[in-house]
Design a protein. Structure first.
Length: 490
């Protein structure tokens, strides 16, 4: 089946057919975490969203270079060129070196992503490891006339850029509105205009993270790392730039301006943004203090949690909503995701128990068509899940003999189910993995169930009920069938 993937391009505000610049190669850059605290539920959404895109592009045969950065310097408290660097502040509070803080939370982020089934990117550059590249990029913008020096800091001249290229195309804001809504912050007297932003900041005497440059000992502005590192690893033009919708302004808007000023053209062809996870209708984030860390979710240790939720439950929760829609946190929603995931995994398990027939009353190609059409329509994972649930019902009918399927069609069905459930959606069967001794357990359970069948045949109901009740007590559910039995670990 020919596939035409359509992605919503934030820049054009419409779905566009995805046509790579240099097929079959695809370059994708995604903004990663700022590593000054534990990863939280809000971090899970972009990670899972772009992991889904990464997996699907690879399944279509593209050779994807996926770059996801680590911000370990330059991200200030107010995201507006002022305040204390977030990592430096954490280091001061914990009496550590800033790089100790960055390394510790980078490792915590990696472990959480691994638990969520998020594949490692092709390249994961750190801002602190690319200071030379960032300084060179700043110099290119200065040489092009779109930046100026002020007391050792370098600022981007937004007004000059707006006259030549138009500032605000991504976010839909115009410069007059931006100026009217920009707060006056301490230190902005160094700027010509309040909407200008820092490309390089001169470090104050107490600032720990600093590097020499032609202008001052200082550090790059937050936006600069993405322009410099995406260009280094993906070239001056690449296919996809991704990130959370909350980064659209100012971060991505400034990034487009920087890259266009330095290169003479924009870099990314498609801008893809995931929406936020909210809690009581408000964005979840560290700065708002309303976040739940992934470790708290996995252990159930946060006061808002009714129970612990497994990593795959969190992943399934994220995938159940379209990536461009708001996803609101609640225990009810997570519990529903847990039940839905369990139902899906039981359907996959039931596939192995189906006995083929000489003819088919079902067409597995229908599942492949529905899943492919859903993924091609801007990564519509909820519709993929809906199609899979419809086929879980059919799989149960096949297992119970209400429908029939040939061996060839059964193999095709199993291939499609596993491809979308495991390879593309990236889910894992956590219960099977947890039951590491299942291979040893199976013969014992089935021996007991054969004894139960013999007891039933002899009308020894007491023994039959006792075996069933004892198995139920240890978490093994028995389902009687006309020609035997099924069982599963609850």
């Amino acid at each position: 089946m020919e596939s035409k993937l359509f992605l919503y391009n934030t820049l054009s505000r419409r779905k566009e057919e995805f046509v790579p610049l240099d097929a079959p190669r695809v370059g994708m850059y995604v903004c990663g975490p700022t590593v000054y605290g534990d990863p939280h539920l809000g971090h899970a959404r972009p990670a899972v969203t772009f992991d889904l895109l990464f997996r699907y592009l690879r399944s279509l045969g593209y050779k994807v270079r996926y770059v996801r950065n680590i911000t370990d310097v330059g991200h200030l408290e107010h995201d507006a060129d002022e305040g204390e660097d977030k990592i430096t502040k954490k280091a001061r509070l914990e009496q550590l070196e800033p790089m100790e803080v960055a390394h510790y939370y980078t490792e915590r982020y990696h472990r959480a992503m691994e638990a969520l089934g998020v594949l490692s990117p092709s390249i994961e550059p750190q801002a602190s490891g690319h200071i030379i590249e960032q300084e060179a990029f700043v110099q290119r913008i200065l040489d092009a006339g779109y930046a100026y020096e002020s007391n050792g800091s370098i600022y981007f001249d937004v007004e000059r850029y707006d006259r030549d290229f138009g500032y605000g195309r991504l976010s839909g804001r115009n410069l007059e509105d931006i100026v009217a809504n920009t707060r006056a912050l301490d230190g902005q007297c160094d700027k010509r205009n309040c909407c200008d932003f820092a490309l390089w900041k001169k470090a104050s005497p107490e600032h720990i993270m600093r590097w020499p440059s032609p202008w001052s000992d200082g550090f790059p502005g937050w936006h600069m790392e993405c322009s410099a590192m995406s260009t280094k690893y993906l070239g001056e033009r690449f296919d996809i730039h991704g990130g959370g919708m909350d980064l659209m302004f100012p971060h991505h808007e400034c990034e487009i301006a920087q890259s266009t000023a330095a290169l003479g053209h924009a870099s990314a062809k498609y801008w893809v943004h995931n929406n936020m996870i909210t809690i009581n209708g408000q964005k979840m984030g560290k700065s708002l203090g309303n976040f739940i860390t992934l470790e708290e979710l996995f252990t159930g240790s946060h006061e808002l949690l009714a129970q612990a939720y497994s990593p795959m439950t969190i992943r399934f929760f994220v995938l159940q909503a379209h990536y461009r829609s708001t996803l609101d946190f609640s225990n009810n929603a997570l519990q529903a995701a847990e039940k839905g995931l369990d139902r899906l995994m039981k359907g996959v398990e039931t596939l192995a128990k189906i006995r083929p027939s000489d003819e088919s009353t079902v067409d597995p190609a229908e599942l492949e068509r529905r899943c492919r059409e859903a993924m091609d329509d801007d990564l519509n994972s909820p519709m993929v899940i809906s199609a899979l649930f419809d086929w879980v019902r059919i799989i149960n009918q096949l297992a119970e003999g209400q429908q029939r399927i040939t061996a060839a069609d059964l193999e095709a069905l199993a291939t499609t189910v596993r491809r979308y459930v495991f390879d593309i959606l990236g889910l894992r069967d956590e219960k099977s993995a947890a039951a590491g001794g299942l291979d040893r357990l199976t013969p014992l359970v089935e021996m007991l169930l054969r004894m139960r069948m013999e007891a039933k045949a002899a009308r020894d109901w007491a023994t039959s009920d006792r075996i069933r009740d004892e198995l139920t007590a240890v978490g093994i559910r028995v389902k009687d069938r006309k020609d035997g039995f099924d069982w599963e670990i609850e």
